[in-house]
Ligand binder design. Structure first.
Ligand code: PGA
Length: 250
């Protein structure tokens, strides 16, 4: 049985004080929830203060990106040891906004996943097609390219630690959600790719989150799909009420 994992991607939002306020509310409302893994991913500058609130609780902490070198002359970057020092257990890698605005490619994503695994962080690796690609019937090709190349070269044991997040770019922040059937179709396809790359056991044990306009109202049906094992939530993760609503509805 794969445990549902709901992660909040706060993107470029919240001061330290606002982040502390939000996570304090999430933590108190999520007290006692054990059937869902809960993760919050604030901006780098808020990580260590948020960690002071969630340390030892059922709320996990993640970063939104990393660089693959541990230290050195890499101005502006943040590494795995520094994220661990700030209290992180998870890290989002290859989010579509990073692929779109910051030149992230399957190759950079692959290097980042490698570094995260080597340093003991759980990578949440984002894949998914944009609107143009979906309309041109390329969704499966794009997802295959992202999955095969971003996750190239890992052992079965390493793969089992990775979480994949399928996020159709056309559904991110747009209010348009993939229908549960559309999402399930791609999730099932991703699982078949993982099986081809490794084996049944790896494919069946890996968790695949859905992301793109997930809200309390659509969470239950999405999470009810056979191959959907959680959600990566943007907008609705910025308020305790909607984030908790999603958790409670699955
Ligand atoms: P959204 O963002 O929930 O606001 O659509 C999801 C994401 O980008 O991770």
């Amino acid at each position: 049985m794969r445990k549902i994992i709901i992660a909040g991607n706060w993107k470029l939002n919240k001061t330290i004080a606002e982040a502390v306020e939000l996570v304090s509310e999430i933590k108190s409302q999520a007290d006692g929830v054990t059937n869902v893994d809960i993760v919050v991913c604030p901006v780098f500058t808020a990580l260590s203060e948020v960690n002071k609130i969630v340390a030892g609780s059922n709320v996990g902490l993640g970063a939104q990106d990393l660089y693959w070198e541990d230290s050195g002359a890499f101005t502006g970057e943040v590494s795995v040891p520094l994220l661990k020092d700030a209290g992180c257990q998870y890290v989002i890698i290859g989010h579509s906004e990073r692929r779109q605005y910051f030149g992230e490619t399957n190759e950079t994503v692959n290097s980042k996943v490698k570094a995260a695994l080597a340093g003991g962080l759980i990578p949440i690796v984002c894949v998914g097609e944009n609107l143009e690609q979906r309309e041109a019937d390329k969704a499966f090709d794009v997802v295959k390219d992202h999955v095969e190349n971003s996750l190239k070269g890992f052992s079965a044991d390493e793969m089992k630690k990775i979480i994949v997040a399928y996020e159709p770019v056309w559904a991110i922040g747009t209010g348009k959600t993939a229908s549960p059937a559309q999402a399930q179709e791609i999730h099932n396809f991703i699982r078949s790719l993982l099986k081809e790359m490794h084996n049944d056991e790896v494919a069946e044990s890996m968790r695949i989150q859905y992301g793109g306009s997930v809200k309390p109202e659509n969470a239950k049906e999405l999470m009810g799909q056979k191959d959907i094992d959680g959600a990566l939530v943007g907008g609705a993760a910025l308020k305790a009420e909607s984030f908790l609503g999603i958790i409670k509805n699955c």
